[in-house]
Design a protein around this ligand. Structure first.
Ligand code: FBP
Length: 280
């Protein structure tokens, strides 16, 4: 596991450097060497693929940027799914973005997820790693990730991050979100899953939701790359992750890019979600 964490750390430093360069690569223009410049998310994907390829224990990788998983080493036992640069459309407006990793043993399924990690590229670069029941925060300082602290959620939070397009929400979902605001919750939603969930984790709790809605019945966020890794992180931090009715990590995945409605939060907010969705 330490080798995988080190590979993620090396990738994060390289991706941060790629984000920092002046050309953010939205064009397909050629650079001075005549090579086609890669979009930032494709570049990030290649960086992670390169770093994880150096870890002998990894059997297969799957990326949000690739249609199919890629076998690296038949004798490895670890499967890594990653979203190389989640929220990359926020780079041009200089909001935080992130990389997300799910580390699975033997197969890409929620029940086999043994560790999860994400990196936030914001004013500072932070990394959160969940494994063996602990969620640890690291900060990039002078080229090294330094351990900062363990992350624990409070039983009830104050932040509400409601994803999706309100126009398409079910009426009971809208009523539930309104009821949270009516009891003092504050809106915190940047449109980047990594910083939005990071804020909830570090401010003690709250609710991030991306429901199934009329336009996207199975939600938007992808199980293997986004939903499952954050589910493990929230559970290990003392919170919960549900699809409205069941624990997301108990869901089955038919295809590598399957999505799922998702609710991540402290125990109080998730109890409200289960109550509302249980009645609808
Ligand atoms: P991409 O996979 O297209 O980057 O979308 C992921 C994401 O940006 C999440 O980070 C974020 O939580 C969500 O989409 C926001 O979606 P919406 O704009 O529909 O609320």
């Amino acid at each position: 596991m330490i080798e995988i964490l080190e590979a993620i750390q090396k990738s994060a430093i390289r991706i941060k450097n790629a984000i920092d360069v002046k050309d953010i690569g939205y064009s397909q223009e050629q650079n001075s060497s005549g090579e086609t410049q890669l979009q930032l998310d494709i570049q990030s994907d290649l960086i992670i693929e390169e770093e994880l390829s150096c870890v002998a224990g990894i059997h297969t990788i799957a990326s949000e940027e690739k249609e199919l998983p890629m076998v690296l080493n038949e004798s490895g036992r670890i499967f890594v799914a990653f979203d190389p640069l989640d929220g990359s459309s926020l780079v041009d407006v200089n909001l935080s973005v992130g990389s997300i990793f799910g580390i699975y043993e033997g197969a890409f399924t929620g029940k086999k997820l043994i560790a999860a990690c994400y990196v936030v590229y914001g004013p500072r670069v932070e990394l959160v790693f969940a494994h063996e029941g602990k969620v640890k925060l690291y900060l990039l300082q002078d080229g090294e990730f330094e351990y900062v602290k363990q992350i624990h959620l409070e039983p009830k939070g104050k932040i509400m991050a409601p994803g999706g397009t309100q126009q398409f929400w079910a009426p009971y979902h809208k009523a539930m979100i309104d009821s949270f605001f009516a009891t003092g919750y504050r809106l915190r939603y940047s449109g980047g899953m990594v910083p939005d969930l990071h804020q909830i984790l570090l401010k003690g709790g709250g609710l991030f939701s991306y429901p199934g809605a009329a336009d996207k019945p199975e939600g938007k966020l992808r199980q293997l790359f986004e939903v499952f890794p954050f589910a493990l992180i929230f559970e290990m931090a003392g919170g919960q992750a549900m699809d409205g009715k069941i624990r997301v990590l108990d869901k089955t995945t038919a295809h590598v890019h399957d999505t799922s409605p998702c609710f991540f939060g402290s125990s109080y907010e998730i109890a409200v979600v289960l109550d509302v969705y249980g009645r609808n």
